[in-house]
Design a protein. Structure first.
Ligand code: URP
Ligand code: ZN
Ligand code: ZN
Length: 453
């Protein structure tokens, strides 16, 4: 048994000073003062915040497309995640057109198995909707995949409105949840054609997909979900206008879950004017400061349910290979390692949010939404002992040189941060101790139940 003493135990209800006992991979006891037996290990957590391990429900590791293959695979990506306090990621297995969901799931298991330093689970991205795909859904839920993803953009991946409706209905019947990439694919294609003619370089990227392209897709998705009478999740929301569409749908009584990402809360589209602008190409793109401010306000007012990273990393050489053709730059940013420290620094250390609210955004809400609660995302007796001991007094600067992510840059280069990971327990075992990785590869697959919305 391990007894963690004198920590601030953080839950969405608040922080309570106390002790926690861990035994056989689970939380065995919680209390104001626990009495360790002589044979127990004891950790003095004075001055530390004890969180249920953070969950990142949006990563892309070991993913290829016609432009490039991601720099992080499951080995490097989950290691970076763990070092940043993330004890579970939910990555996207993606159906090949003409292929089955079960083949895609088997392929993603092969990518991840035996390589993960934090726990992992999979969403299934459906790209080829037909009767065979529909017939597979129940098997997916039985295999622990209870969340799905649809794309409204990217020609190789997207579904049409009728298919979107049908997937929403079919998955909701089984208790699943669909997250949707909301950009109007036809408008993106038209914007790309237009901007390529003007030879705008990297700045053509945000111009090719302005806020209205996201907002139209969010509005349309939510109207489709209204007709289908199904809950739905908007992933990586980046605009004020998209947020307003969410508010309207919620006002009609719809269940809409909203995820945003650190890049949309901290960065803005001026990055595309820098010489290394290609490194910031992601979809949806970084937005003007007014969108960022609207999202921050919504976050602080409790309108956003989860913060995930959409980690999809490439090296700057991979980004630069496109030259002036912005449409050939692989889309995505690294971030899985820096989510908690960046968010804590921006919002908790500055007093704009308390640690309890951050715990809800990074741990409890994703665990509930992903069908893992209360095994994960909770400091409760019986919950898995995936635990982060956070030092609120640590200080540092984020740099590419000091990171674990397998790329040569970070969008947060030079960011001064307050707080940091001191220790991480994964299933009750020491994975990170005093900021050092001591046990890689402890992660295992998490078969999930139905989302709790
Ligand atoms: O640019 C991004 N976000 N790439 C990853 C794939 C996606 O759209 O989520
Ligand atoms: Zn997306
Ligand atoms: Zn994504």
């Amino acid at each position: 048994m391990l007894v963690i003493q004198n920590g601030w135990l953080v839950t969405p209800q608040g922080a309570a000073f106390g002790d926690m006992a861990v035994d056989c991979g689970r939380i065995a006891a919680l209390g104001a003062r626990l009495s360790p037996a002589p044979q127990d290990d004891v950790l003095d957590a004075s001055g530390l915040w004890v969180f249920p391990g953070f969950i990142d429900a949006h990563t892309h590791f070991d993913m290829g497309n016609d432009l490039a293959h991601t720099a992080d695979d499951f080995e490097t990506g989950t290691r970076a995640a763990l070092m940043g306090g993330t004890t579970c990621v939910v990555d996207f297995a993606t159906q090949e057109r003409g292929g089955t969901l079960s083949d895609a799931l088997a392929q993603w298991h092969r990518k991840a198995q035996g390589r993960c330093s934090c726990h992992y689970a999979f969403h299934m991205a459906i790209t080829d909707w037909n009767e065979r795909t529909r017939a597979e859904l129940a098997d997916l839920l039985a295999a622990g995949v209870s969340t799905f993803k649809l794309y409204m953009a990217y020609d190789a991946l997207r579904v049409n409105d009728g298919e979107l409706y049908d997937v929403l209905v079919s998955t909701a019947r089984l208790g699943g949840l669909v997250g949707v990439h909301c950009e109007n694919g036809d408008l993106v294609n038209a914007g790309v054609r237009r901007e390529r003619q003007s030879d705008a370089g990297v700045q053509g990227h945000p111009r090719s997909r302005p806020a209205a392209v996201e907002a139209e897709a969010v509005e349309r998705l939510l109207r489709i979900a209204q007709v289908a009478d199904c809950p739905v999740k908007v992933v990586h929301l980046s605009t004020r206008e998209g947020l307003e569409a969410v508010r309207r749908a919620r006002g009609r009584g719809q269940c809409v879950r909203v995820e945003t990402c650190p890049q949309y809360l901290l960065l803005s589209d001026e990055r595309y004017r820098r010489p290394d602008g290609a490194n910031y190409v992601c979809s949806p793109p970084l937005r003007p400061a007014s969108d960022r401010e609207a999202l921050v306000k919504a976050l602080l007012e409790g309108e956003i349910d989860t913060i995930a990273t959409d980690h999809c990393s490439y090296t700057s050489a991979q980004k630069a290979a496109a030259g002036r053709d912005f449409s050939r730059i692989p889309n995505g940013l690294p971030g899985v390692e820096h989510r908690a420290v960046a968010m804590m620094s921006a919002f908790v250390a500055t007093g704009r949010m308390d640690a309890a609210a951050m715990c809800r955004l990074l741990s409890e809400n994703p665990a509930r939404e992903m069908g893992m609660y209360p095994c994960k995302g909770a400091l409760r007796v019986g919950s898995d002992a995936d635990v982060v001991l956070w030092d609120p007094n640590a200080a540092g600067v984020l740099t590419a040189q000091g990171q674990w992510q397998n790329t040569d840059y970070t969008p947060y280069e030079g960011l001064r941060v307050s707080g940091g990971v001191r220790h991480v327990l994964l299933g009750g075992r020491w994975a990170v101790r005093d900021g050092r990785l001591i046990a890689p590869n402890l992660g295992s697959y998490v078969a999930r139940r139905q989302p709790q919305l």
